[in-house]
Design a protein around this ligand. Structure first.
Ligand code: C2E
Ligand code: MG
Ligand code: MG
Length: 430
């Protein structure tokens, strides 16, 4: 297990071994376990790199201990091992091997007098006599391992159903770049309404992906796949430019028209973000105070100094910062007073209950009061009926969005609605 091969070479060794097994006449099935050690960096940090190496060596032995003579083990890279099971008697055999490894992981590795534990995640795949190509067996085990890591399960076995449900997570920045190059991404606009007089004050830009095969894909379905990739940067650049171009046009009819653009928390870690925002504002000649950047509450609670600095810089440039999905995080409300923010958007899940539950109304009323006490503008999202509007108005909520007013609209539909509203409000000429 300890030959000094590159990770790539070890994958090719593993693939070659799977193919060899497939070709043996007495081999009816092959099982593959990918065993990954998590949080090794904590051990490296706390106990030193030599300790990390000792844990790796220890686990190589633990995986090997589960293998029978006819099975093979491989070290794939620094933190991942493969166990190839030859002719498992049945599916349970593969599951049992995974359970044995997990049980052995309950014992710490002793380093000096210290106990070191690592978290282990396992992905399993199995091919029977129908014959799965070697590449597929490995891909499926990798897929199951990723699912285990994402769902925080000790192990996951690959199944076709799993692949279907996880399909949406498979989008990568390649897909986004391709979609952008082929004009498949389009920005929709949901009106933002002044609750006092029902007038449109601006819009929130919401991305839509018109996929040629699967039809329209909503952002929640593909954003998770491109988090922490360059795709997020391309998306932010695209949405900012498309929506500021529209806002510049619309503000000619509606002075002060404000546009809100969503950013993912990871956009805030991008050192190029400020330049992207500034250049879009410059190109479309949009006043900074007409742009609001919406960032989900979780980003504010994430302990990242860089993220906070970015927000402060944006705010000091005169751009508005909005805390989106407010009320869904777990943080104490006292953090509000120190945040570089101008607006909160109370999450739909809280607004939904306002018309039916006194308790929900009280919570929302308290949130409005608290936010306004620290000079934050309050927007309610997901308003679906008039009763909710009345209650929110009673409690002093500033603005709102939701299907009650309008669903998100294409640029052309939004424009039609905005211009119609502007026309009715124009003083009649004499
Ligand atoms: P969000 O920013 O909180 O946007 C509100 C979501 O609620 C939108 O979903 C909107 O269509 C939906 N919505 C609005 N009013 C109602 C209502 O009355 N009832 C119900 N049930 N839903 C309503 P959408 O467009 O699918 O966007 C989901 C999330 O994806 C957004 O949540 C935002 O976090 C993210 N997102 C959208 N566009 C972008 C983008 O351009 N960039 C980034 N990074 N994230 C985006
Ligand atoms: Mg938003
Ligand atoms: Mg929201």
């Amino acid at each position: 297990m300890h030959e000094p091969h590159s990770a790539h070479f070890r994958y090719s060794l593993l693939l070659r071994e799977i193919i060899r097994l497939h070709e043996e006449p007495d081999v009816a099935s092959v099982g593959l376990l990918l065993v990954r050690l998590e949080e090794l960096d904590i051990i490296n940090e706390r106990l030193g790199y030599l300790a990390g190496d000792k844990v790796l060596e220890d686990y190589a032995g633990r995986v090997e201990a589960v293998a029978r003579d006819q099975d093979r083990t491989f070290e794939i890279n620094g933190a991942c091992y493969a166990l190839l099971i030859r002719n498992p008697e049945h599916n349970d055999h593969v599951l049992l091997a995974a359970q044995k490894i997990l049980r052995s992981a309950e014992e710490p590795t002793m380093i000096g007098g210290e106990k070191a534990w690592v978290k282990v995640r396992i992905g399993l795949s199995l091919c029977s006599e129908t014959g799965t190509p070697a590449e597929d067996l490995l891909r499926q085990a990798e897929f199951a391992l990723r699912a285990a890591r994402e769902s925080n399960e000790p192990f996951v076995q690959f199944s076709g159903v799993l692949e279907d449900t996880q399909r949406v997570k498979k989008f990568s920045h390649f897909d986004i770049e391709h979609a952008l190059d082929n004009g498949q991404l389009e920005v929709f606009y949901q009106p933002k309404i002044n609750l006092q007089d029902g007038a449109i004050t601006g819009a929130e830009a919401l991305i839509r992906w018109q996929h040629p095969k699967t039809g329209m894909i909503r952002p929640d379905e593909f954003l998770s796949g491109i988090e922490s990739t360059r795709g997020l940067r391309s998306l932010a650049r695209f949405v900012l430019n498309a929506s500021l171009r529209q806002a510049a046009e619309w503000s000619k009819h509606k002075p002060g028209f404000s546009i809100s653009v969503n950013l993912s928390p990871n956009n805030l870690d991008d050192p190029d973000l400020l330049e992207i925002v500034q250049s879009a504002l410059r190109v479309w000649d949009c006043p900074r105070e007409n742009l609001t950047l919406e960032i989900t509450e979780n980003a504010f609670t994430k302990d990242s100094g860089f993220c906070m600095t970015t927000l402060k810089n944006l705010q000091s440039m005169g751009i508005n910062v909005s805390i989106d999905d407010f009320g869904t995080g777990y943080s104490s409300l006292s953090y509000l007073k120190d945040l570089p923010a101008d607006e909160v958007k109370i999450d739909r899940s809280l607004i939904k209950g306002v018309a039916h539950s006194e308790r929900d109304t009280k919570i929302v009323a308290a949130m409005i009061q608290l936010a306004q006490a620290v000079n934050l503008r309050v927007v309610a999202e997901g308003i679906e009926d008039e009763e909710t509007v009345e209650i929110l108005l009673e409690h002093g909520c500033d603005a709102g969005q939701g299907y009650h007013f309008s669903t998100p609209l294409s640029a052309a539909e939004f424009e039609e609605r905005l211009y119609a509203e502007c026309a009715t409000n124009e003083p009649e000429s004499v």
